[in-house]
Design a protein around this ligand. Sequence first.
Ligand SMILES: [Zn+2]
Ligand SMILES: [Zn+2]
Length: 447
Amino acid sequence: MDKFYGRKLQLLPTINLQEIPPTSVIIQAVQKIKNRYQCFRCGNQNQHFFATHFCAKCSSHCTYCRKCITMGKMSTCTELIINEDDLRFDPSISGLEWDGKLSPQQKEASIKVVEAVNENQNLLLWAVCGAGKTEMLFEGIEAALQQGKFVCITTPRVDVVLELSIRFRQAFPTISIAVLYGGSEEIWDGNRITICTVHQLMKFRHTFHLLIIDEVDAFPYNIETHLHWVANESRTIKGSTVQMTATPTSEQQLLALKNKIKNVMVPARYHRQPLPVPSFKWIGNWRKTIRKTQKLPNSLEKWIKLFIQKGCPIFLFVPTINECIFIEEAVKKITVKSASVHSQDPQRHEKVSAFRNGDTQVLITTTILERGVTIPNSQIAVLGADEEIFTESALVQIAGRAGRHINYAKGEVIFFHNGISEEMVKAKKQILLMNHLGIKKGWLDNK
Ligand SMILES: [Zn+2]
Ligand SMILES: [Zn+2]
């Protein structure tokens, strides 16, 4: 059988017709609507991603979707079964065995999540990096489980899936949890909680009553709009979608600030210290300087040396993969305890752990490490912060690497640039706004 599982969605030829529940609907997977093809598994409508060939299965010419072909071919002759089960209300199922305590700001968010679940509403949860988002979800998920609902926590990033799965298995030890990502061995078997990458949602239709999307602004969810269709389709018609992010789009920010959408903002970190505010430092044409002298520009070199002396781990963010290497050579002249890492680096995980345990002191990286990795007492520099790759959201995430640990709640963030960009200004403004709201709410200590 195809690797296709799901209470709601199975490939027709592979199951016994008698097993199809009477409430099911059968649809054609790829359909031609008004002369345009559409894939009803992945939502693709881009005609470029459809191909027609002679199909051995049905002995005629079929059109199939290339966009989601890695998950098994969906064509004009494939059928999907969709059905929506009734809820089985069971207040005895809760399974939450987390005994930590929510901070007041986490509690406020948690109440909103429960409310959204109870009232089948959507919610934007805007919480700064390091606010402790995961714990804010526990009570809402508990309520959903008690109501017999199916829960999914999804995110664009595999490493986040793995991290979340550990935390949820600890918090809900008696609940069956499915963890799905490209290459994972597990299969979905009616599990009450599912933790998966957004691509895996293609395997589900009208399944989850509570869909939590973590890091909604992360790649590829932020640009591959067919995934939004996929996410919508994986949710039951009546249900709630909770979108979580530290860096909403400008449009979402505006809607939230004007209260046009149901939202909850958590502008303060759990340790009650403000977010480190980035400073800007002009560095001129640094590429030219490095090429000519094989050395880092003075101001950057001075900054790195200062924190090497203090024994701090240093993140140096750079614009492109190619530049990682030649910048690394220049950094090596200051300290040999340096390394560079990028998305295509096979030793990525080893290098990050060497940085974590102190064997590496300066880690040169592309935006690949803008999220997720937390190193206590790390100091953050961005080289070429004015370049296109460093969007408002990327810069806020990068700045969010600093000061996360309770013992090292302060940290330096510096943007080296050759002309201040609008995105830099917006990022700084967003961080200042969060600190301002944190103070207003009384959630920050004035130290
Ligand atoms: Zn498709
Ligand atoms: Zn066919």
